[in-house]
Write a protein that binds this ligand. Structure first.
Ligand SMILES: [Zn+2]
Length: 69
């Protein structure tokens, strides 16, 4: 799968899924940036990486940690 203009580093780059002997990874074809697991999760949910820091849109993985102890 490829996400167009979704690179969190160069913004204009297309990122594409790949697999090699080390496993699965997502790479920007423009600048060669390897996305982190949280960034890949964001792409899979169809959310723009640019929305990640927008107010009120903190849907990150860390937010799912239970508040109760
Ligand atoms: Zn890039």
């Amino acid at each position: 799968m490829t996400w167009y203009k979704s690179c969190p580093r160069c913004r204009a780059g297309d990122v594409t899924e790949n697999r090699d002997s080390y496993g699965h990874y997502v790479l920007c074809v423009q600048c060669g940036y390897y996305l982190t697991d949280p960034e890949i999760a964001w792409l899979r949910h169809g959310l723009s990486l640019r929305d990640r820091t927008a107010p009120g849109r903190q849907i990150g993985i860390a937010a799912r940690v239970p508040a109760r102890r």
